[in-house]
Write a protein that binds this ligand. Structure first.
Ligand code: SF4
Length: 500
């Protein structure tokens, strides 16, 4: 049997095709690119782990050094004598291999502990909390299985020490959530059973345009495959699951095949046959076909419904820059358009401290609230600004009350262009409806050649570590362009909607 490691399971969760392609794909098409942002994350993870290890108030056996064989032997000897803590031991058993950050013997059994430089749960959004991240869970489960096979663990538990240094314990044998009866343990077992035939080439799967692609060395190779195959995942919002349903029930796998479908007949069939295109709503089917036609014909964006834009003295086009890996908002940018013309206002934390984050946010809030509600319209692109402000409020509750913040975002003049308009009232001849794709389609150009939020985080980090203002200037320029791009999108929508 091929060896299964946590990183294989992680890859599989990110993209099921990657596992197959890494082993059996056309090697000459793999492009190993330096990714400074991923390196930054990696370095930060290493530093965090060092900090946590230095703070241990217990003795541990350090198995992090030496050859692989030496480390395995030292781990095994430590396990045999029931050492209380083992750091970076190597576990190897049959077809499983892994290096847990810590193994802890609690007097009865061993269990694995991982040190992570993120939060332990999926609570990146305030609406979700307390759910162990899947890739942490399957990693812990794999270690746990090795310990179980060796008779060193009887339960299915594991723990995570997160960015705050707190230890969270998880029972992997309970359902993942109220809507997901599958336990983390069952998830791990399922992934394991799906990965093995791919590694053995007994099964093959296909690329799909997905969020993991942009950081993947197979990007160009898989993109070409999707283009050559006219694959439906090139359409906005169409991923593997929908592609599988379309293939199964319509026997269609190309955009050309999809756009030939009769929307009304499909909707009728969905009504009478609940298993038909299961999991794909009638509205999604209709949208896919519309988007497919737009993409094929490269026609003008469709505006489905009119929206009355507020007629106000001042417009603020607003965008924040944040480092989610540190839960830190470092910049609030506003492109201001009023009777005096246009200008940029920014509120930037010049150091990565809670005090700087709090002060910067307080200043930005003062700026937002300085104009009377009826005289200002605030535009932003995505739910991220709102959810980040809610998170900031929970961190710094003295700045603004929950009621006041909710009242601000409920104003008719405070508009999330992406969620409220782009998604609900328009369609575009594009595979992505992100601000970059749409504003560039509208011929807006960022001054930076490869603008991205990840690069902004990297530049900000470079500024923090070197103090060199040129990095900060790049962050500010990028944010300013994001704000201006929001204005360009708003102006286009208004122009089209006014003409309806
Ligand atoms: S490029 Fe995308 S589809 Fe291809 S292996 Fe990478 S993540 Fe998967």
């Amino acid at each position: 049997l091929p060896t299964v490691t946590p990183s294989l399971l992680y890859d599989y969760l990110q993209c099921p095709h990657k596992v197959w392609r890494d082993v059996h794909g056309p090697k000459s098409e793999f492009v190993e690119e330096e990714n400074p942002f991923l390196k930054l994350l990696w370095d930060r993870g290493v530093r965090h782990e060092e900090k946590i290890v230095a703070s241990f108030a217990f003795d541990y056996v350090d198995c992090s050094k030496g050859t692989e064989v030496e480390r395995i032997n030292k781990t095994n000897a430590s396990l045999a004598r029931r050492a209380e803590y083992i750091y970076q031991g190597i576990l190897e058993q049959d077809d499983l291999f892994g290096i847990p950050d810590l193994l802890h013997f609690d007097g009865t059994e061993y269990y694995p502990i991982e040190i992570k430089s993120g939060s332990a749960d999926d609570g990146g959004d305030e609406d979700v909390s307390g759910k162990l991240k899947k890739h942490y869970a399957v990693q812990l489960a794999l270690y746990s299985e090795i310990l179980q096979r060796r008779g060193l663990q009887h339960s299915s538990r594991g723990a995570v020490i997160d960015i705050t240094g707190q230890r969270f314990e998880y029972d992997l044998s309970v359902p993942q959530g109220s809507r997901t009866p599958e336990t983390h343990w069952e998830l791990y077992k399922r992934l394991h059973s799906e990965v093995v035939p791919l590694l053995l080439n007994e099964e093959q799967n296909e690329p799909a345009n997905c969020s993991a692609c942009k950081n993947c060395g197979w990007y160009h190779s898989c993109k070409k495959w999707c283009e050559d195959q006219d694959d439906v995942t090139q359409l906005f919002y169409v991923g593997r699951t929908i592609r599988d349903a379309i293939r199964r029930d319509l026997n269609v796998s190309t955009i050309a095949g999809l756009v030939d479908q009769d929307v009304a007949a499909l909707s009728e069939r969905k009504k009478s046959d609940k298993s038909f295109l299961k999991g794909v709503g009638a509205a999604t089917v209709q949208k896919m076909i519309v988007r497919g036609r737009l993409l094929k014909e490269k026609s003008e964006p469709l505006i489905h419904e009119r929206f009355e834009f507020p007629d106000v003295e001042t417009e603020l086009f607003f965008d924040i820059e944040a480092d989610p890996t540190q839960d830190f908002v470092y910049l609030h940018g506003f492109w201001v358009r009023d009777a005096n013309g246009e200008s940029f206002r920014e509120f930037t934390a010049r150091e990565c401290t809670a005090e700087a984050e709090r002060k910067t946010w307080a200043d930005a809030m003062d700026f937002i609230l300085a104009s009377s509600p009826d005289s200002v319209a605030i535009y932003f692109y995505s739910a991220y600004e709102r959810s980040s402000y809610r998170r900031l409020r929970r961190k710094y509750p003295d700045i603004i009350s929950e009621e006041e913040l909710e009242a601000l975002f409920s104003r008719a003049n405070v508009i999330d262009l992406y969620t409220d308009l782009i998604l609900k009232k328009t369609d575009w001849p594009l595979g992505s409806y992100g601000i970059k794709a749409i504003a560039q389609y509208l011929e807006f150009q960022w001054r930076d050649e490869t603008p991205s939020g990840a690069l902004s985080i990297q530049w900000y980090n470079d500024f923090l570590t070197t103090g060199d203002e040129k990095f900060l200037s790049r962050v500010l320029e990028y944010n300013e362009d994001d704000c201006k791009a929001t204005m360009v999108v708003k102006d286009y929508l208004k122009m089209r909607m006014d003409a309806m």
